[in-house]
Design a protein around this ligand. Structure first.
Ligand code: AHR
Length: 486
């Protein structure tokens, strides 16, 4: 297919919050244990118990924020279990699914230390179903109270961290329509108000509070919570919703139709953003309820990952996952003014993971490369793009976004077609290119190929310089183009 991609340089469409490129780590299967955390006494190279290889690779993609401890897990988590010595072993939310118990070796101190190591902001998901608002408030007191000020600050100090931790975002509950208490939206909105009052009463710091939002297309949930919130003085800084592109064939052995089926599901993100955002906009409180898509990604049937099913929800990742990630991040960029944060689910050994690890092995997936290729968008201004002849079948389509930061334009494109390379003219309106542009491409002849412990670099990127304004974007690929302008 032949196309023209126009970058309309002067037409900026919103600031891309770095947090749109956020991550999520839950105590489930192999995300934390044998994923991020190997333990201080392990013979696997580590920094204070954190898997060294993962820390180093993760830092490279500038992770802006990490959500923890869940997910559903958050709703059975008592933060007291994860501090100090002699931590208890407990059944947790996922135990009835995988029979594994929670050792609590990784807790509050470990989370904040990990975020410091990787340079990410911190996003805590509060339990609002099985601890009291007072216990939740105590957790925040423990984390942020100045050295020597409160009994819980002294306890933190005794546990080895005299200075306060920095909490950057607080999520009030998780999936409260389901695993988080099976609540109605009206009931949950009142719970939110209750927890938000106690948090605000403790801290003048105004840590952004995220209200728990809908499951996918449940706009009724959004309407109901917005109604309750608009009638109250309670502070809200963002509204979450979760959306998984779920179960369209096997993670690896999908059919061609399933390729397009998954892309179609992922494309739905655009209208989810529009429709959820339209609700608070209608109430005139959209500035308080920007969107936080704090779980998104492909959800394949279990068992395709290296642990062959031992790690719950661990899945392999192919170019299909990379294209979905690229398409989703393009949608986020193009709607940046509506989005406060987004967190791909999940970091390691799980759904749509960036890392797969086990024992001494730790490899990156194609999705990791997409986050690497897109990192220049973080903190940039989104710039409008036009693509000629881009309607009709997915097999004829490109997904595109662009941004500018410090005299550099970044253009990212996913070719959604399984069969056709796209030959594109790149047109830059309103700016002049300085020198050659550089292009990074992620693709594979075999779209079902994937990185494994034996072949960790089967899917990797290549970078070259662009000689003129013509660029071929291979079928089923992701590219990122970096252009210096004046
Ligand atoms: O990411 C896995 C699970 O999916 C999370 O725990 C939950 O929030 C969602 O349903």
């Amino acid at each position: 297919m032949n196309k023209k991609i126009t970058i309309v340089y002067p037409d900026v469409a919103g600031f891309i919050a770095p947090e749109i490129y956020g991550h999520f780590s839950e105590h489930i299967g192999g995300v934390i244990y044998d994923g991020i955390w190997v333990g201080k006494d392990s013979d696997i190279p580590n920094i204070n118990g954190f898997r060294l290889d993962l820390v180093e690779k993760f830092k490279k993609i500038n992770p802006p924020v990490l959500r923890w401890p869940g997910g559903c897990f958050a709703e059975t988590y008592n933060w007291r279990d994860g501090i100090g010595k002699n931590r208890p072993v407990r059944p947790q939310w996922w135990t009835r699914f995988d029979g594994r118990y929670e050792s609590n070796e990784f807790g509050t101190h470990e989370f904040f230390e990990f975020c410091e190591l990787i340079g990410a902001k911190t996003y805590l998901a509060l339990n609002v179903t099985s601890i009291t608002p007072m216990q939740a408030r105590d957790w925040i007191d423990y984390c942020i109270s100045p050295r020597g000020s409160t009994t819980l600050a002294l306890e933190r100090e005794a546990n080895g961290h005299p200075e306060p931790f920095k909490i950057d975002f607080i999520g009030v509950g998780n999936e409260n329509w389901g695993g988080g208490g099976n609540m109605t939206p009206e009931y949950y909105a009142l719970i939110y108000r209750q927890f938000a009052s106690l948090i605000d009463n403790l801290t003048n710091l105004k840590i952004p509070l995220i209200i728990g939002g809908a499951n996918g297309e449940d706009y009724n949930w959004t309407r109901k919570i917005t109604e309750v919130i608009s009638a109250s003085e309670k502070r809200v800084s963002g509204m979450s919703f979760h959306y998984y592109s779920s179960k369209v064939g096997d993670a690896v052995n999908f059919t061609d139709d399933e390729w397009y089926g998954m892309i179609k599901k992922a494309s739905k993100m655009e209208q989810l953003i529009e429709r959820h955002y339209a609700v608070p906009l209608n109430y005139g409180i959209d500035d308080k309820m920007k969107l936080v898509i704090d779980e998104w990604g492909c959800w394949h049937p279990d068992g395709s990952g290296p642990s062959q099913g031992y790690n719950l929800f661990e899945q392999q990742s192919t170019m299909r996952d990379a294209v979905v990630a690229a398409l989703t991040l393009n949608i986020f960029n193009n709607n940046a003014s509506k989005i406060l944060m987004a967190n791909v689910a999940q970091l390691c050994n799980n759904l749509h993971a960036l890392f797969l690890s086990g024992g001494h092995n730790c490899i990156v997936t194609p999705t990791y490369h997409v986050f690497d290729m897109y990192k220049a968008h973080q903190g940039a201004e989104c710039v409008r793009t036009l693509v000629s002849d881009n309607c009709g079948e997915l097999s004829q389509k490109l997904s595109v976004s662009a941004s500018k930061k410090d005299e550099v334009i970044t253009l990212t494109v996913a070719n959604l077609s399984l069969t056709e390379d796209a030959v594109c003219d790149i047109e830059l309106l309103g700016a002049t290119r300085c020198g050659k542009a550089s292009v990074t491409t992620l693709c594979s002849r075999d779209v079902r190929a994937h990185n494994t412990f034996k072949e960790p670099n089967k899917i990797a990127t290549v970078t070259h310089e662009l000689e003129d304004n013509s660029l071929t974007i291979p079928r089923a690929s992701v590219i990122s183009l970096s252009i210096k302008v004046r």
